[in-house]
Design a protein around this ligand. Structure first.
Ligand SMILES: [Zn+2]
Length: 275
């Protein structure tokens, strides 16, 4: 996960909501402006550890949809009055998905789902730019317990090296790959659970496997040549250099995990290259 600074800190949430909600002929959404402002303030105090303490204000039946439309019609939609805010939040991520670290940005994801927290639907700190593969907004499952929700790129820091890759090379030139939670469970059961959740909620194993397979295929020719011409020591040297480079950027990226594993299995990898 790549950490991001909270976007649009120079504009308050009230201004954004007011501007977008005022653009409707139906003024219902404007009735909630004070609750939106208060929710946004409390959000920044409660996320990520104390979501259970975040007040959930009563909303009149039927108004939920009208509030959510402030996001879908006046904020996310092309040409809408709030699109400039949407784009500023996307630009804040500098082109790459903060969750997987490499996917191309596709849309904004509500960290606290808009179905349950409609008043936070246009709060910038609740909006995370993600790629097509990392969108979890549509999943209904949600929990307020810190250890049962994924990491938040604005508020959480991943201090441990937890992502690991596992590869088995076979004699018929095939291989099997998976990405796993390598955090030591006995060290901190709750934290282990949180890493597990992060991996599952975003289905990162599938995303990372697809990207790692591509990287393995693309580098096979080059590394095979290196092996045949200069021997396994040069292959290992090249793997070490890549691992160091990738870990400098993010020790929990799929690339860092992949190169850690290729080094652990260097002998098998070289045999595979040679097969
Ligand atoms: Zn992603």
């Amino acid at each position: 996960m790549k950490n991001l600074k909270i976007p649009l800190q120079n504009v308050d949430e009230k201004t954004i909501y007011l501007e977008c909600a005022s653009d409707f002929r139906d003024k219902t959404a404007l009735n909630y402006i004070d609750k939106v402002t208060l929710s946004a303030e409390r959000y920044k105090e409660c996320v990520p550890r104390d979501i259970a303490y975040l007040p959930v204000f009563p909303i009149k039946e039927g108004d939920n949809e009208k509030i959510i439309k402030v996001y879908s019609e006046k904020f996310a939609k092309n040409g809408s009055i709030g699109k400039k805010y949407y784009e500023a939040i996307m630009a804040n991520a500098e082109g790459r998905c903060p969750i997987c670290g490499s996917g191309k940005l596709k849309n904004l994801d509500h960290f606290l789902p808009k179905s349950k927290y409609p008043l936070l639907c246009v709060t910038p700190a609740n909006l995370i730019p993600v790629c097509r593969d990392c969108n979890f907004d549509k999943k209904d499952e949600f929990n307020t317990d810190y250890y049962s929700i994924p990491f938040n790129p604005y508020f959480d820091i991943m201090e441990d090296t937890w992502l690991e890759c596992d590869i088995s090379f076979f004699a018929d030139r095939t291989y099997e790959i998976s990405f796993i939670n390598g955090f030591e469970r006995a060290k901190d059961e709750s934290m282990w659970h949180k890493y597990e959740k992060h991996l599952k909620v975003y289905d990162l194993n599938a995303t990372f496997c697809a990207r790692a397979e591509e990287a393995i295929e693309n580098s096979r020719g080059y590394n095979r040549k290196l092996l045949l011409e200069n021997g396994s020591e040069d292959v290992i040297k090249s793997l070490v250099e890549l691992k160091i480079e990738f870990e400098k950027v993010d020790k929990n990226s799929w690339r860092s995990a992949l190169y850690r594993e290729l080094l652990r299995k260097a002998t098998n990898y070289c045999n595979w290259l040679n097969s």
